[in-house]
Design a protein around this ligand. Sequence first.
Ligand SMILES: [Fe+2]
Length: 320
Amino acid sequence: MDIIGIGYLGFESARIEEWRTYGPQVLGFQVGASPEADPESLYFRIDDRRHRFAFHPGQRERLAYIGWEARGKLEFEAAVRRLREAGVDVTEGDVALCELRGVKAVVRFRDPVGYQHELFYAQKWMPRSFQSGRPHGGFVADGRGLGHVVLITPEFTPELEHFLTEVMGFHYYGAGAGKGKTAFYRTKLNNYTSHDIAYGHGPGKMGIQHIGLFVKSLRDVGETYDIVKQRNLPMMMTLGQHTQDPHVSFYHFSPSGFAFEVITELEPWHHDGFELNPEKLSTWGHEVVGPILGPSVRSPQEVLDAEGLAILERNKHRHA
Ligand SMILES: [Fe+2]
């Protein structure tokens, strides 16, 4: 599938008001206009797209959907055909959903462990329209997507691997320095980083663990780091440089209990020509000072809706 990366992410949250100050003041996001049909939700911008993050009011702190971006109309149509050929249950988004997402077309489907995905093309865009919520040098997004997500999955089944590599057409990057059955994947069109998405195996656990957010300069990593410390926000890992991606980052927790890894590409991508098997996670720094699995990682019952749980259970029993 000719997918660029993650175009947008949607969340359910009971903490929208916290996000409304945290997003602009800590991360530098712009509060975007909410669509007329969805005035209660909070939409954030990080570049000239209409939005990249949406927070919908609800009872729980959880990831609601991952929006994958097809390169264009023809690639979108080919991708939908591929999903259907593979037996994935695909629901076409109606005009109202396209309007909410700001896209020309969107479909919805689940992965084999129950997470909700969407695929779209042509999200609304206006050049030179992004204004960060605080002084900030800007984010690396545009044609590469908003960054990466790491999900925890209670079951790491062959169906999940097949879905990611054979259906979605992602490159398997490897397990990196991750322990156990963690696996990193990047889209076919992304040759700049180790992963757009990773699934970490956590028996009995589910949820979004962190989002990797790319900023244009080291200064923006450092200034965000200072703001996080000044506000005494909970940290997961201090500043450091990874082995698998030679980038500088740190991890802190957001109001919804998952972490943001604020990253800048300090050294050029090494164009991994072989499956990397790093001796350790980082070359320096990244001291672990908080939980690796934050409060956003819970039981599947707390993270998935009924439809997602049914999918997870069905695939689990195939292997029982
Ligand atoms: Fe990351």
